[in-house]
Every structure is written in C-alpha cells, then in structure tokens.
Design a protein around this ligand. Structure first.
Ligand SMILES: Cc1ncc(COP(=O)(O)O)c(C=O)c1O
Length: 367
C-alpha cells in the first residue's frame, strides 16, 4: 500500500526555477567562480550595503520567532506608500501571495484567468488548490485584455496580470488597464502583479495605486517585491496592497511567521536605500542599451520592453542552446517547459563583464 496523492496534485508540473550556479558547476565540471547566472531576474549589484550591515547585527536574535504581523516593516511600507497599515499583506515572496489568493478565494467550480506566456505561478497556484483556469491566447506575446473580458463568466473569481509581464517584458498601458479595471465585475479579484514596477520609466505605465486609493476598487490587489530591484531575492519578501476587507480575507490562509526575522529587518533597512534602487535601475538601462542591439545584429527577435530582463527567440530548439551556453558557463532561462515558447530563452542583465560573456557565448553557440 502506498501513500496516495490526489490526481490534481499528481498531475501538477511544479515550478522550474532558474538553474543554480552550484548545480551547473557540478553537472558540467566547471569552477563556480567562472559561471554567470542570468536566469532568475536577480539584481547583479547585490543587496544594498546597509542591509548586509543590519543582517550581521541582527543575526544574534534569531533564536526568537519573528514578529508574525511584521509591525515595523508594515509601518515603514505604509508610510512610504501613504497607506494605512491594514491595507498591506506580506508574503514569503510575492509568489506566496499569488498562492494565498487562490487558496483563500477560489470556491468549488470557480476558476482563474491569466494570459498565455505569463508568469508560471498563476497556473500552478490555481491547479494546486484544485481549481480550473482559462489561459487567454496572447496577441503577439502581449496580454489581450478584450479577450480576458469576454472570458469572464459567473465562475470567474481571480484574474492574474503581470505588468510588465514575465517572461515577455511587455507592458500594458495605463489607459488600457483603466478601461479594463472599470469593466471587470466587482466580484472578480484583479491581481496586478508589479514585480518589476521600479524598473519602469515609461510615462504610459499605469498608476495602479489610484484603483485602490481613488477609485476605491475593493477587487484590486497590487503585488510588489523586494526580490528584484532591492536585490533581496534570497530573503523572500513580497507585499500586496488592497482594501482591508480583501486583505483580511486573504490573511486567513497566511502561514504563521511567514516573514523571517532577518528578512523583516533587511527590508526595513532596504526601504531607506533609494540610491541603490536608482543605481540598479540605471545599470539595467545601460546594459539593455548595450546587449539588445548586439543580439538583434545576430538576426534574432528580442522582446525588450520593460523590466530587468529580455526574451530572445533563437529560432531553434532552445534546450540545445541552453545546454551549449551552460558548457560555456552562462545560465539563462529556457522558456520551453512552463512557458511553451520552445525556441525562446529569457536572460536578465548582469554586470558588464557577465553580459559580455553572455553575448560571446550566444554568438559562439549560434554559429
Ligand atoms: C511577474 C512575477 N511575479 C512574481 C514573482 C515572484 O517574486 P518573489 O521573489 O517576490 O516571489 C516573479 C519572479 O520572478 C515574477 O516574475
């Protein structure tokens, strides 16, 4: 007799993260120091220095449980975004909040909606809670919001939208999103996932805060993260903004102490490091301007709209390209599994020398 698993979990394809440096070093017999990882949209500048100082100081306190309500971090985020503290939810990464939404809100027979070529966790979170989904075909790799509206029925409970979208980097403009938010019924939660919000300079980027603050939309949850521009992916802190009544509904399924003690202290310190945010944003801008034209010169299509990453169509089976790039010590993220883009990979910008190494490896692998 074996331990039986429900079919809906047994058939689940788990999230495939970017491959860690240590794994590639082991598999390919390479020196980890000579490998560059551009596979998980991380910040190549690392964490702010002030954060590492705070972590060193606070490590002596880790025999205590963390503050389960993250009081001081909540106060700090609330003051930065001019919100009351009860408008905020924290997750062990914004991934966890994506899962909480599915767990807390989807009822029997209900489904979520998200776009083709969008962040893989929307499907996983929905399936893991034993619910269905509607994946809306993308329009040349962009969200087709008119088709989203047509797909909504009385069993629709959650709409997940990544803006900019991972992995295609495409951005939905403010005007388009305004029209969409107005038309979605109040009974349907819109999760606006803005993990890359700080990287966007575009004046057409939506001011999503107005949906909750001015329009008083109780069915909008905005997600942000410390993983990307703050360089704290390893600490796992994401946060969401929404009406307190909505936040309370989602809080019911939150794991106790989901933000560890060091993570809370680090994020409090990170919020004072605006210089690091600016530096990181400028760095990405510079690297994008260097890297994208070089790839285009190779005759490849590149999606490079917003965010700290781009998607590249190699025109051939990407697994082979991925394997050959790893041999040269460069890890990108193939988009075959999970994203159904069998000839594409995603790369995030590294330091100048990393991106040079990437370009050289890509040139060699393709010729
Ligand atoms: C669109 C999007 N949302 C959420 C996340 C998850 O971020 P976190 O590290 O906060 O869980 C990512 C990470 O890659 C992402 O690309």
């Amino acid at each position: 007799m074996t331990v039986k698993q429900p079919d809906y979990i047994a058939s689940l394809a788990p999230y495939v993260p970017g491959k860690p440096i240590e794994t590639v070093a082991r598999e390919y017999g390479l020196d980890p120091e000579k490998i560059v990882k551009l596979a998980s949209n991380e910040n190549p500048l690392g964490p702010p220095e002030k954060v590492t100082e705070v972590l060193r100081e606070k490590i002596k306190d880790i025999h205590y449980y963390p503050d389960g309500g993250a009081y001081y971090l909540r106060e700090k985020v609330a003051s930065k975004f001019n919100l009351d503290p009860d408008w905020i939810i924290f997750g062990n990464g914004s991934c966890e909040i994506i899962e909480y939404c599915a767990k807390a809100l989807l009822d029997y027979g209900e489904h979520s909606i998200f776009s083709e070529y969008s962040f893989a966790m929307y499907k996983i979170a929905t399936l893991a809670s034993n619910h269905g989904y509607k994946e809306i075909p993308a329009k040349d790799y962009r969200h087709d919001l008119d088709a989203f509206l047509k797909a909504i029925d009385d069993k629709t409970k959650i709409i997940y939208i990544a803006n900019p979208n991972n992995p295609t980097s495409t951005m939905i403009k403010g005007e388009e999103l305004d029209r969409f938010v107005e038309k979605v019924p109040d009974s349907v939660l819109i999760v606006l996932d803005e993990a890359y919000y700080e990287f966007v300079d575009n004046p057409d980027y939506p001011d999503s805060m107005k949906y909750i603050k001015d329009w008083r939309k109780d069915n909008v949850l905005i997600l942000r993260t410390f993983s990307k521009i703050y360089g704290l992916a390893g600490l796992r802190v994401g946060y969401g903004f929404g009406n307190p009544d909505l936040i309370q509904k989602i809080e019911k399924v939150r794991s106790p102490f989901n933000l560890n003690l060091l993570a809370q202290e680090a994020c409090i310190a990170a919020l004072d490091c605006e210089d690091h945010v600016l530096k990181s944003k400028e760095h990405v801008k510079k690297e994008k301007a260097c890297v994208v034209p070089e790839i285009e010169k190779m005759g490849l299509r590149v999606l490079a709209e917003e965010g700290n990453f781009i998607a590249v169509d190699t025109g051939k089976d990407v697994e082979e390209v991925f394997h050959n790039m790893q041999k040269k010590g460069v890890i990108v993220r193939p988009l075959k599994g999970g994203y159904n883009m069998p000839t594409w990979f995603r790369m995030s910008f590294g330091l100048r020398e990393h991106d040079e190494m990437f370009l050289n490896a890509l040139k060699e692998v393709l010729t």
